[in-house]
Ligand binder design. Structure first.
Ligand code: PGA
Length: 264
């Protein structure tokens, strides 16, 4: 274990749903209405990262509750001729709190690179958003034993030029690509090993104090059955949940498991 177990208490436990391209505005309202009472007394931070068109109604539905609303991407420019894009300032203006940047599906299907991830991260921070930065290795990279190299490179490039002060608004999501939407969860030991390694990378870049305070989530087929075991690990400070975030009781059960794993 790199850092003392007590450091877990320095970090906010964050359970974020990544709805991906699911739920119309009407369905989003229904899901949030169902979720609200189930997570009303959560100790953990509860976030729903919804499609762009759902943001407005999601922010309305979550008003005066403990649910924070996030987007799933943003562009790096403030404005201009970027047809189809959404700026960080636009998200901030309508009351969005979080944005997911660098999800593996964006890297895989939409040409996202560490360079563009870094530009988006910087823009989102400048706009005052909290950023969930996704990193993770492909199955082939794990099999070739280069997981740590891949992760270290992503952390370094994705956070290039991010200041220690700005790190207060950064959450890292470790999402092994082979575990996303596949039903193949990393074991709790595998998740802890890489989350611990991520913290070590952050320590090298920012020092112990900053590194100890960053929330590191695990993502990849996390569900109501396996969450408790994963979240019991010292360096797994939360989860980024895809499939299971679309079912209110399942997502709420993960939030409960997260609450049970924290001592604050
Ligand atoms: P999953 O997705 O929980 O459906 O595997 C996680 C994610 O992609 O964030």
């Amino acid at each position: 274990m790199l850092l003392d177990a007590l450091t877990r208490d320095m970090r906010k436990t964050i359970i974020a749903g990544n709805w991906k391209m699911n739920k119309t505005p009407a369905e989003a309202t229904a899901l949030l209405e169902e979720l609200k009472p189930l997570v009303a007394d959560a100790k953990s931070e509860v976030v729903a990262c919804v499609p762009f068109v759902d943001l407005g109604i999601a922010i309305e539905a979550a008003r005066d509750t403990n649910i924070k609303i996030g987007a799933q991407n943003c562009h790096w420019e403030e404005s201009g001729a970027y047809t189809g894009e959404i700026s960080a300032a636009m998200l901030k203006d309508i009351g969005v709190d979080y944005v997911v940047i660098g999800h593996s599906e964006r890297r895989q299907y939409f040409g996202e690179t560490d360079e563009t991830v870094n530009k988006r991260v910087k823009a989102a921070l400048a706009a005052g958003l909290k950023v969930i930065v996704c990193v993770g290795e492909l199955l082939w990279e794990r099999e070739c034993n280069i997981t740590n190299e891949v992760i270290a490179r992503q952390i370094k490039l994705d956070l290039w030029d991010v200041t220690p002060e700005e790190m207060k608004n950064i959450v890292i999501a470790y999402e092994p690509v082979w575990a996303i939407g596949t039903g193949k969860t990393a074991t709790a030991e595998q998740a802890e090993e890489v989350c611990d390694f991520i913290r070590m990378c952050l320590k090298t870049l920012y020092g112990l104090e900053v590194a100890s305070a960053v929330t590191i989530q695990y993502g990849g087929s996390m569900n109501d059955q396996n969450a408790a075991e994963l979240l019991a690990k010292t360096n797994v400070d939360g989860g980024l949940i895809g499939g299971a975030s679309l079912v209110a009781e399942k997502f709420a059960a993960i939030v409960k498991a997260a609450d049970a794993s924290t001592t604050y």
